[in-house]
Each structure stands twice: as C-alpha cells, then as structure tokens.
Design a protein around this ligand. Structure first.
Ligand SMILES: NC(=O)c1ccc[n+]([C@@H]2O[C@H](COP(=O)([O-])OP(=O)(O)OC[C@H]3O[C@@H](n4cnc5c(N)ncnc54)[C@H](OP(=O)(O)O)[C@@H]3O)[C@@H](O)[C@H]2O)c1
Length: 332
C-alpha cells in the first residue's frame, strides 16, 4: 500500500529540495505502532529540518514533523490497541525518524501517549510540542514557587508557537502576562489570548551592558535566546526563574554572575523532546483539563499537508502567529 509524505532530499552538498512522494507503507512500518494521522503541527525545528539541517536531521531523504496525532492501525503490543487515539510529540520523531508531515508514522511504543479523554486529536496538535514545552516551563515556575501572587511573567517571542501557547495557559492559570513581540500590529491577537501588557521586542534588548537592570518580572519564558535572554535574566526579580528554551535570535548567551549572586535568579534549561513519558502524560492530563485555555481552538491556522511549503518559509522568517495545524488527511 502507498501513502503520501513530504520528503526533503539532499540533491548536492548542502543543497536540499522538498516534494510530496508516494511511498511504500511496508517500508515505513518498522516500529511497534503504525498510526494513520489526522493532524500534525508546524514547529520552528520542523522548518529547519525541512530546509536541510544536519544538526537536527543527520540523514536525508527525510520526512520532518516532530508532532503527530491520529488512530492506531497496527500494533504489536497490548498496551496500545488498533483503533486507539494517540499523540506523539518529540523523542526522535521528525528528527531521524520519519515524522508527522505524512499520512502515517511508525513509532516505538514508549513514544506514544493515549489521547486524554477531555482533548480532541485536533486540540492535541494545536498544543503539540509547543504546548508540552509551555507546560514544562509552567510546571517549573510552580516547582520554584512562582505563583500568580509573586508577580508578572514575561513571555518573549509571544506571537510564535511556544510563546502564544505559554501566554494562553499562563493567563488561564491566573498569571499576569507581559508579552514581548516584534509584531506590535498583532497586539489584538495577543490580548485575545490573555496578554495583559504588550511590549516591543526592543524593550527587552539592553545595549548598556549593565550587570543588573531594574526588576520587572517574577519569572520568564524565553523562546528567543541571545541578548534578549541576557536582558531578561538581568531584569528578573529576587528568586525568580527564567526558562531557557529557544534560540531564534541567537545561541550565544553573554551574562555575568550578579543576577545569580545578588538576586538568586535561576536559569532553567528546558528540553521537551526527551522528557520521560510519565511526566509528559501528567502534563497532557493538565493540558486537557485546568490548563486548557478557553481560546485554544481559535489559536491555530489550519492548512492541508499539501499546502505546507509557504508555512515553512513563513516560520523561518519569524512570521508565525499562534499555531499552524496541519491536516494530514489527503483525499486520493
Ligand atoms: N527546548 C525545547 O524543548 C524547545 C521546544 C520547542 C521549541 N523550541 C525552540 O524555541 C524556539 C521557538 O520555537 P517555535 O516553534 O515557537 O517558533 P516560532 O513559532 O517561529 O516562534 C518564534 C517567535 O520568536 C520571535 N522571533 C523570531 N525571530 C526573532 C529574532 N530574530 N529576535 C527576536 N525574536 C524573534 C517571533 O515572535 P514575535 O514576533 O512575537 O517576537 C517568532 O514568532 C525555537 O528556537 C525552537 O527551536 C525549543
């Protein structure tokens, strides 16, 4: 049987091209579980993989897509049965295992989460990796005693995938959110998902180099890195935490030790892909219940898998607003 997948190939040294291909399902299905996908979603990492990035995907041809949700059609274990609705985010999916930009994925059992009962497959992919990453960050805030009473929370790259979902969940949980953005013209969107204050990206880009800046927030979720992260760190209040997860501005981090020593601020590294299945299950349960933003279903633009190419270009230019949900069902 054949299936359709988005495939990126290396046609010359460092020269890549992508197209839709009809492939053999038997060759894909080499793992425990075969899933027929309803939905996937677009992440910054997927776009890098789709353009050819050996730091993410070592070997091409390859199908990107770190997120996948659908129905099990083959299973070699009793834990997950044919007909179950399931979600996969991260692990090696879309990196060196063919990913969710496809009609099917084949994955090991220990990457698979049964869809929580209060979530639809579509909602699970509006969250996707962005949602589980935001949930890990917010869990860290609580673990470090940063509750809504402690003060404001800054989210950088606020219109992007992780940024927008973080804003929406934090608002749902009663936090006062400051959204930093390069798209002030999208302030209405940011307000609609719960940002109380919206600031321009430049306001979180210090050029004085001072070791400490005035204290502006109790905690932060930074999706950007570079000088933005350095500025966020130096502006965080006593005993605050900064969740470090992204690098769209830069992978460099130029900081001094004063925020650690004089304010007790911590930097918390966030890695969503390899978080254990148990913690992911716990967070998916929260996302399906008290942490689910009321605005979730209005936060995503829906595109067919066959129309994914312009979306890949857009996210690489920093143009994503909310989430891009990929409809993987193709009419043959
Ligand atoms: N560690 C993890 O587990 C993990 C998980 C998921 C994602 N990530 C990383 O997190 C980052 C964001 O991922 P995403 O999927 O949310 O991407 P995204 O949807 O493209 O969001 C990134 C946002 O950052 C802002 N931005 C873009 N270029 C910028 C620049 N040069 N300087 C400052 N801000 C800029 C833009 O928002 P505004 O216009 O609103 O400023 C953009 O929408 C990526 O680096 C990704 O690899 C890490």
């Amino acid at each position: 049987m054949k299936y359709t997948a988005f495939v990126t190939e290396e046609i010359d040294d460092n020269l890549y091209t992508s197209s839709f291909k009809e492939l053999d399902l038997d060759k894909l299905h080499v793992n425990d579980i075969l899933i027929k996908l309803d939905w996937s979603s677009l992440n910054y990492k997927d776009a890098l993989s789709a353009k050819g990035h050996k730091g993410i995907t070592r070997k091409y041809p390859h199908t990107p897509g770190v997120d996948a949700a659908g129905i099990v059609v083959k299973s070699n274990t009793n834990k997950i049965k044919v007909g179950d609705k399931v979600v996969v985010t991260g692990h090696d999916l879309g990196m060196n295992t063919n990913g969710g930009f496809s009609e099917y994925v084949s994955v090991p059992i220990d990457w698979v989460i049964e869809l929580p009962e209060d979530l639809t497959l579509k909602e699970s992919m509006i969250f996707g990796t962005a949602g589980i990453t935001a949930a890990i960050c917010i869990n860290e805030l609580y673990k470090h005693d940063i509750t809504p009473e402690k003060g404001k929370i800054l989210v950088t790259g606020a219109t992007g995938g992780v940024g927008s979902i973080s804003v929406a969940i934090l608002n749902k949980l009663g936090f006062e959110v400051i959204a930093s953005t390069g798209k002030l013209d999208k302030s209405d969107f940011l307000k609609s998902i719960g940002a109380r204050e919206i600031i321009a990206r430049d306001e979180v880009f210090d050029t004085t180099g001072k070791p400490l800046l005035s204290r502006k927030w109790a905690g932060a979720i930074d999706t950007v890195g570079g000088n933005t992260l350095s500025t966020v760190f130096r502006s965080t209040d006593y005993h605050g935490i900064v969740c470090v997860l992204g690098m769209v501005e830069s992978t460099d981090l130029n900081i001094n030790i004063f925020p650690f020593l004089q304010r007790g601020v911590s930097l918390i590294g966030i890695d969503s892909a390899e978080r254990g299945l148990e913690i992911k299950k716990e967070l998916w349960k929260k996302l399906s219940k008290d942490w689910k933003p009321d605005c979730l279903n209005s936060m995503a633009k829906e595109v067919s898998l066959l129309d994914i190419k312009p979306e890949i270009d857009l996210i690489l230019k920093g143009g994503q607003i909310g989430k891009t949900l990929i409809d993987c069902s193709i009419k043959h």
